[in-house]
Design a protein around this ligand. Structure first.
Ligand code: AKG
Length: 282
């Protein structure tokens, strides 16, 4: 572990705001290598598989299944509205993909290397993890004119541990700006009680709603980020990103880490097969 990854002032800001942006955490070359790898995986993906899953509302069980069994796989999730009436892609394949998820960090060597750097291990240590486990990875494309909104949410809602431990480590693979749908967050919002838990029920999912009120987002701030910037997001921090209405792509990568010293709930949506146990940085 490299000591001194972040200063006391950064740590204080993390504790006060619930997020911390660190510029140049990754080099442009590292980001471009991951970008190329993601596009290569998309090139190899057969959209007719996903099209049969996403094409009609009757397929909602198939969609649930595709999502709920993706925790230990590399799956391709499509943007809304990219299929025509006959279930074929109406836009180029790489633009039709909303994201890749959710185990690239354990299944793909390029993603593994990007996710398990000494610098990230050191940062995770300094943020207080006793036993970090890399739970979930997402490569989000937010393509020009097509990439959709990510609604206000907290990550703890989806990746529940007792006590709360998840932190998202989000990396700008392209510059993220106000125009192409950068993230926004509510500083200090991580101290509010989480309003919702999303979990498995039967063969589908359900929401436990603890507070039906929307988040007060009047104090929200944009998290514009240059390529290579890492933004750590506390699991209870409300965050959001808008649609990409610009001509510029906004690729991003995020890995969600939990503390193995906490209890990961058995009815969380993301479950691993015993064949692919969670790992830390080694
Ligand atoms: O990249 C985005 O727009 C949203 C990402 C996000 O919600 C997350 O990483 O938890």
């Amino acid at each position: 572990m490299a000591p001194g990854m972040i200063t006391d002032e950064q740590l204080a800001r993390w504790e006060a705001d619930g997020f911390l942006a660190i510029e140049d955490f990754y080099t442009p070359d590292q980001c471009l290598a991951l970008r190329e790898r993601a596009l290569h995986l998309i090139e190899d993906f057969d959209p007719s598989d996903a099209a049969s899953v996403f094409s009609t509302t009757e397929q909602s069980h198939a969609q649930d299944d595709y999502f709920l069994t993706s925790g230990d796989k590399i799956r391709f999730f499509l943007e809304d509205g990219v299929l025509d009436d006959s279930g074929r892609l109406a836009v180029p394949k790489h633009e039709s993909v909303n994201k890749l998820g959710h185990a690239m960090h354990d299944l793909d060597p390029v993603f593994n290397e990007f996710s398990r750097t000494d610098a990230l291990a050191a940062l995770v240590d300094e943020l207080g993890f006793a036993e970090p486990q890399l739970l979930q990875s997402m490569y989000i494309l937010k393509s020009p004119r097509i990439g959709g909104e990510v609604v206000w949410h907290t990550d703890h809602t989806f990746l529940w541990t007792e006590p709360q431990s998840v932190v998202g480590f989000w990396v700008a693979i392209d510059d993220a700006t106000l125009d192409n749908g950068c993230m926004w967050a509510v500083p200090g919002g991580h101290r509010l009680p989480v309003k919702r838990r999303f979990r498995r029920e039967g063969s589908g999912t359900t929401d436990d709603v603890f507070d039906p009120e929307d988040y007060d987002i009047s104090q929200r701030v944009p998290l514009e980020a240059k390529r290579g910037t890492l933004i750590a997001l506390h699991g209870s921090l409300p965050h959001w990103s808008g649609p990409n209405t610009s001509e510029h792509p906004r690729h991003a990568y995020t890995v969600h880490i939990i503390d193995g010293a906490t209890h990961y709930l058995e009815d969380n949506w993301l479950q691993r097969s015993p064949a692919l146990p969670l790992r830390g940085f080694s």
